[in-house]
Design a protein. Structure first.
Length: 327
């Protein structure tokens, strides 16, 4: 009898005292993908495509939650009070969160100190656009036209301090456009920005090259001047690159990626990264991603972190020059 009780107590102790034995497999309940922009933009759409694939692979609900505001800061700050268990995943578009702490003193430290990288699964260049009535066809012509008409043109971005905002300011600097010419007008995402450009409320814009922008180019309401990628987009080979237009300092592309809280268990992070890799390799999901004019491209965690660090270093001098501060 004593031996029987001893065995029961030993087994109970193992079950209670060993997290590895008691832990449920991930995911065993609904997962949230947090999108820091409104519905309708490329980041929102591609996040929903991946949510469908994850739902199919995991057999668990995967919900897409839109939390726009402050160029992504509201979304990631909201996650700081959640459990680091992998059930809340942040979808990031571009590398802006990597340097937002340089602009906003109220941000509690670097994003990279609070979050760990999962993976990137899609890449895209930015594209310089103008309204159909702006009489230019190249970036150099846009610079000259804006310089001659400093108060006539404004350009749109997806948010103050976004990668597009800082890239456009880099363009102005490299092309000799005065600071007062081409002032920025900020929007909460691609959808409202492209609507404003097509309606002529702004005369120029910079945004990710996606099917949303391409549709307006095809409709004739806007015109594409250049993409920021080192090579032409496979989806829009007719649009020249910034390299071809003599502006190599603007050449870069951005990534769509997933992040979780820094203390998330490594096996959970790996499970999420494996899911992202599988999505980029799955023919149907890849086709859906590419339908948005996004290239299905996988970056593992260390590569993704390097992208964030590199972008922050590139834009820090621009931020200092502009004295840009966000709230």
């Amino acid at each position: 009898m004593f031996r029987y009780k001893y065995i029961l107590l030993l087994l109970a102790g193992l079950c209670v005292g060993s997290p590895a034995l008691a832990q449920e497999p991930f995911p065993s309940k609904p997962v949230q993908l947090i999108v820091p922009f409104p519905p309708g933009g490329a980041l929102d759409i591609v996040s929903r495509r991946l949510a469908d694939k994850y739902r199919e692979d995991w057999g668990q609900p995967v919900l897409v939650i839109n939390r726009p505001g402050a160029n992504g800061v509201l979304a990631w700050q909201g996650l700081l009070n959640t459990k680091p268990d992998g059930y809340s995943v942040l979808s990031a578009g571009g590398q802006g969160l990597g340097y937002v702490h340089l602009m906003n003193p109220s941000v509690p430290g670097r994003f990279l100190d609070h979050f760990t990288e999962v993976a990137a699964f899609a890449s895209y260049p930015l594209v310089f656009l103008v309204h159909k009535d702006v009489p230019v066809t190249t970036l150099r012509e846009l610079a000259a036209h804006a310089t001659k008409n400093p108060k006539a043109l404004g350009y749109g971005t997806t948010g103050s301090g976004s990668g597009g905002h800082l890239t456009f300011e880099l363009f102005k600097s490299h092309a000799g456009v005065p600071d007062e010419a081409l002032p920025a007008v900020h929007y909460a995402g691609i959808a409202p920005e492209i609507t404003a450009l097509a309606a002529g409320q702004i005369q120029a814009a910079i945004m990710p090259l996606t099917s949303i922008a391409a549709a307006q180019v095809d409709a004739g309401t806007i015109r594409a001047l250049a993409v920021t990628a080192p090579r032409r987009s496979p989806f829009r080979k007719e649009i020249p690159t910034v390299l071809e237009q003599g502006l190599p300092g603007l050449a870069a592309k951005d990534y769509i990626s997933h992040w979780v809280l820094a203390k998330t268990p490594a096996p959970v992070v790996k499970k999420l990264a494996d899911a992202a890799r599988a999505a980029t390799e799955h023919p149907e999901t890849r086709k859906q991603i590419e339908a948005l004019y996004l290239e299905a491209e996988f970056l593992d965690g260390p590569e993704l972190r390097r992208q964030f660090e590199t972008r922050a270093a590139e834009f820090e001098p621009v931020l200092r020059r502009l004295g840009l501060k966000t709230q």
